[in-house]
Design a protein. Structure first.
Lengths: 125, 907
């Protein structure tokens, strides 16, 4: 069963994503800022991170950078979900090693199918 | 006793040697290998200053006044110290303007005025006449002494009139041969300068020879000589300053006039300036020449004292001691050498002086007159010029002879010389003021020169005629018409000076006074101004260029112009000159083409080198159709120049203004860019804030749509969230609209009389939920009585709520404290919202009230607003004539303050 870490400071969005992912049968853990996300990475060992950009303490870009700098986390997929819709921000995210960049508001079906797609190539635990 | 034929043979032999040197010098110059281009030859040629006066007269003067002979050599020594600055400038000016004489120089400076040139010439000829007489006297006296010497009848020896006449004639011929051999008279006289330099060496050697002979052969060295001299009371008296006539005033006056004489005697100007080959030679001359003077003066006192000891008082003319001492000792060979030395000194002076004077006489006095009267045939002007100059030399020498005949016997050599020095000093103000002060005008110079000359003539020249018996002596004593105050030796009752000092004082006073006075109170003419500027600013390159293009207004053909120059300087040189001009300016001349202004000016300068500036101007104007120089035209050009200057000033001003405008624009542009960036940021932030609730709404709606079997309880929960997020969206949209409305000024204010106490209370109540969520307490502090203002209640509530929710937002959970205080001070109500949050950096305190501005703290905590809250507050408060700002709340936190004007019944 794949594990998914949700990082967003907006409780309602976290709730929605949790519902979606659990329904697909993933194991889900949610945190509301970048620092917590970083700690959760080690303990929870997610296969995929759903990451917001604008968050307190540590923003999404930095979390992304840290994940990519850590060899032990090299298989972790990162999906950036953000309300920042400008092209530069998307490019910045992709340059930092994001696997997928999805703009809020998103289509729930699209998010689910993309997440599944990303995880199919990975072996189940 | 020397045979007359030996003396004549040696004399003519010596003159022959001089002539050979001059001939050789000219030949070398023609071949382009100048022998005088050498600072030492230049210095020796300057020593033409030491004439028969120095050679014979110094001893004579020392015999009667002791060191009184010295000022004449002290002056030049002092003058030499400033040669590098003053003389060099004069030389530079003369080269630029092709100056041929001192008269030409002064005339050029003062608008090429032929009147000034003529006046300077007259002053020179009249003033130098006594000086030439002096040379004739010294030569003929020395000849007679040498020829007739025998110890019994020395007292009867004088200068024979016939001898002097012969001497004058021989010298005239010699000068003509030296100075005017060539058809072209423009060249410098290189041969003559070489001969003069040689003569200077000969006279120094001769004088030193007799000095050494007297000191070491007739006495046992200087110590012995002075010891013996001191024994005789008459001579001992000479070793003090006591015998100097006129005392220190005289000493000063003599030093002054000899300072000017070394530069402004016509012959000194000739060798120093006109014949100068290289400006740099001045540097050597300015230290070597004083040394020459020292050398030639060192034996003056010994010879004078020896003479006084050997001959009884008055038995022998002291002026002739140099000659009579060796004769008395029986050394005739030495005497002959001394005679040659004296001859050198005198002939050198006469040759240079007459050449200089005849050039002036021709160029600055006769030519302008002849040209104006149209008496000159154009086709043989060069020839005419030569005849005039030769005649001039003869005339000047005969004038000198005449003066000698009339006056000479009554005066000592030195006194005669000083009369000439005083005349030459009259040129000093016109030249020295003229090259340093643009303000001296032509009229001023004319007045000064004329005034000084008149005073000189009245106080020195005329009395000499009177004393010699040619006019009644009552003119001198008591004075003109018997009036003491008009006496030439005590003018206006000025007594106590000797005649020379007296004359120097009055002539200089009149000269400088008139020059400065007339210049200051009169207007300068156009050409005068132009020349003045050029003379004063000669070292500036621009001015020299302008010398090439003085302003000619009129037309002539190249052919005519060239014809004129050819007649003056010869076909070959004219051809060469025009060819090099064409080459320099890349022109091809056609004989019938019109000459432009610059070519006319060039031709004028070529002519000026031959006939002087004033005559050249008249000549050129004679072949030019139309006005030679229209003052209107000149003024027009000057006006144009000043207009161009004015225009360029205006351009500079404009470009400075443009620069200022540009940087202003730059600043505005930066500001606009910043605003644009902020607006961009704002739109991005607003859209972010809008997207967040939108995301929840869409996500939950889709979940609900996709899951028809969801349990009703969860469905209710999700729908509640959708509703709440929709409300949040509405709030946001309203705030943006609010802001836009207030900001654009289209909001309808609902002002009324309000009690702020209740406004604050209402606002605090509205935020109580928010504070409870974070477990933050809001404390309130208000006066007991109503605080009345005139305002829009809803908007004021909005402001306070905004401030309170900001405070809550930035305070920490649980420990946060927010305090709102209402108070009155003077005529203002004051509302303060204090928190213990992180506070606001001083640099941000102004800017947080700007629209779209958000604190850059995204790394610490997410901005929760739109960036509009405080901007809206500020707009509202200012609309109420209030003020809003933020202070720091010690020890930490912020204090947002705003004030509103109190209503009158609340104060």
């Amino acid at each position: 069963m794949h594990r998914i870490l949700i990082v967003d400071d907006e409780p309602n969005i976290v709730l929605a994503l949790e519902l979606l992912m659990k329904k697909e049968g993933f194991e889900v853990h949610a945190v509301d800022d970048g620092e917590k996300a970083f700690h959760a990475l080690g303990e929870f060992q997610p296969d995929l991170v759903l990451l917001d950009i604008m968050m307190p303490k540590m923003d999404g870009y930095e979390v992304c950078q840290r994940i990519r700098a850590d060899a032990s986390l090299k298989n972790v997929r990162i999906v950036m979900l953000t309300a920042k819709g400008r092209e530069v921000e998307k490019e910045k995210g992709l340059a930092l090693g994001v696997d997928l960049y999805i703009t809020k508001p998103f289509s729930t079906r699209e998010v689910v199918s993309k997440v599944k797609e990303l995880l199919t190539v990975m072996p189940d635990r | 006793m020397l045979q007359q034929w030996i003396i004549l043979l040696v004399s003519f032999g010596y003159l022959g040697i001089l002539f050979a040197i001059a001939y050789y010098g000219d030949k070398r110059a023609d071949a382009g290998r100048s022998i005088i281009s050498n600072p030492y030859i230049y210095t020796f040629s300057i020593a033409v200053y030491c004439t028969g006066w120095t050679f014979y007269g110094s001893v004579g003067r020392a015999a009667s006044t002791g060191v009184g002979f010295l000022p004449i050599y002290l002056g030049p020594t002092l003058a030499a110290t400033v040669w590098w600055f003053v003389l060099r400038k004069i030389i530079r000016l003369s080269k630029v303007n092709n100056i041929t004489s001192i008269a030409d120089f002064i005339a050029s400076r003062y608008g090429k005025s032929s009147v000034i040139g003529g006046l300077v010439t007259v002053i020179s000829i009249v003033g130098i006449m006594p000086y030439i007489a002096l040379q004739l006297k010294s030569i003929s006296s020395s000849f007679n002494v040498l020829f007739h010497y025998n110890s019994q009848n020395v007292s009867e020896l004088g200068a024979g009139h016939d001898t002097a006449l012969y001497v004058a004639l021989v010298l005239a011929v010699f000068s003509i041969l030296f100075g005017t051999r060539h058809i072209d008279v423009t060249e410098r006289h290189e041969g003559m300068v070489a001969a003069i330099a040689f003569e200077s060496i000969v006279k120094l050697l001769a004088f030193s020879a007799v000095g050494i002979y007297v000191t070491y052969m007739m006495f046992d060295g200087p110590k012995d000589l002075f010891r013996q001299a001191a024994l005789e009371p008459e001579i001992a008296r000479l070793m003090t300053m006591e015998p100097l006539p006129g005392g220190y005033a005289s000493w000063l006056a003599l030093t002054f006039i000899s300072m000017t004489a070394i530069m402004f005697l016509p012959r000194q100007f000739q060798v120093l300036v006109v014949e100068n080959v290289n400006e740099k030679h001045v540097r050597t001359a300015s230290w070597l020449f004083p040394l020459y003077l020292l050398a030639i003066n060192i034996f003056v006192l010994p010879i004078a004292f020896a003479g006084l000891m050997f001959f009884h008082a008055g038995s022998v003319d002291a002026d002739m001691f140099v000659l009579t001492l060796p004769l008395k000792a029986g050394d005739e060979a030495l005497a002959l050498f001394v005679f040659i030395g004296g001859l050198s000194a005198a002939t050198g002076m006469v040759i240079v002086e007459t050449i200089a004077l005849s050039t002036m006489l021709c160029n600055d006095l006769l030519m302008p007159v002849l040209l104006r009267l149209k008496l000159l045939r154009r086709d043989d002007m060069g020839r005419t010029l030569l005849i005039i100059r030769r005649g001039g030399i003869l005339l000047i020498l005969l004038l000198g002879y005449l003066y000698f005949r009339l006056i000479g016997e009554s005066y000592a050599l030195v006194t005669i010389g000083l009369v000439s020095f005083t005349a030459a000093a009259q040129f000093a103000p016109a030249i020295l003021l003229g090259i340093y002060w643009k303000g001296v005008s032509r009229r001023g110079a004319l007045a000064g020169l004329a005034g000084g000359f008149a005073v000189w003539a009245y106080t020195l020249l005329l009395p000499s005629f009177a004393i010699s018996g040619w006019i009644p002596t009552s003119f001198v004593e008591p004075g003109l018409f018997g009036i003491f105050e008009l006496g030439p030796y005590h003018l206006f009752n000025l007594t106590g000076f000797d005649p020379i000092t007296h004359s120097v004082f009055w002539s200089m006073l009149f000269n400088v006074g008139l020059m400065v006075g007339v210049s200051l109170f009169g207007r300068q003419e156009a050409l005068d101004q132009l020349q003045a500027a050029m003379f004063v600013d000669v070292y500036k390159k621009r001015v020299i260029d302008r010398a090439d293009a003085p302003l000619w207004h009129g037309k002539t053909k190249v052919n005519d112009l060239k014809g004129l120059v050819t007649r003056m300087i010869g076909a070959e040189r004219a051809d060469a000159a025009f060819r090099s001009y064409a080459l320099r300016h890349s022109l091809v001349f056609h004989d019938d083409s019109l000459a432009d202004e610059s070519l006319i000016a060039f031709a004028e300068r070529e002519l000026a080198g031959t006939v002087g500036a004033a005559s050249a101007r008249v000549m050129v104007s004679s072949i030019i159709e139309g006005e030679a120089l229209s003052i209107e035209g000149l003024m027009k050009v000057l006006d144009e120049t000043s207009q161009v200057i004015e225009y360029s000033h205006r351009l500079e001003q404009k470009s400075r203004e443009l620069e200022a405008a540009t940087s202003e624009l730059k600043r505005t542009n930066e500001r606009l860019k910043e605003l644009d960036r902020m607006k961009d940021e704002f739109v991005s932030t607003v859209s972010h804030e809008l997207r967040t609730p939108l995301t929840s709404i869409r996500a939950f709606s889709e979940i609900l749509q996709d899951d028809a079997n969801m349990d009703p309880q969860q469905r209710q929960q999700l729908l509640r969230i959708v509703v709440k997020e929709t409300e949040r969206l509405t709030r946001l949209v309203n705030q943006v609209l609010d802001f836009t409305k207030i900001d654009s000024g289209s909001y309808q204010w609902a002002h009324e009389k309000l009690d702020l106490v209740s406004v604050v209370q209402e606002s605090a109540a509205a935020t109580s939920q928010l504070s409870q969520n974070k477990n933050i307490s809001i404390t309130r502090e208000s006066p007991q009585r109503p605080v009345l203002v005139f305002g829009d209640k809803d908007r004021l509530v909005q402001v306070i709520i905004n401030l309170l929710s900001n405070a809550i937002k930035y305070c920490a959970q649980d420990t946060g404290k927010v305090h709102i205080r209402l108070s009155c001070a003077d005529d203002k109500a004051r509302i303060e919202v204090l928190d213990n949050g992180p506070g606001i950096a001083p640099s941000e305190r102004e800017r947080i009230f700007e629209r779209f501005h958000q604190l850059d703290d995204s790394s610490k905590s997410k901005p929760h607003g739109t960036g509009l809250g405080l901007a809206i507050c500020k707009t509202i408060v200012e609309n109420h004539n209030g003020r809003i700002w933020v202070e720091s709340n010690q020890p930490n936190g912020s204090n947002f303050v705003f004030t509103l004007p109190l209503l009158a019944d609340s104060r």
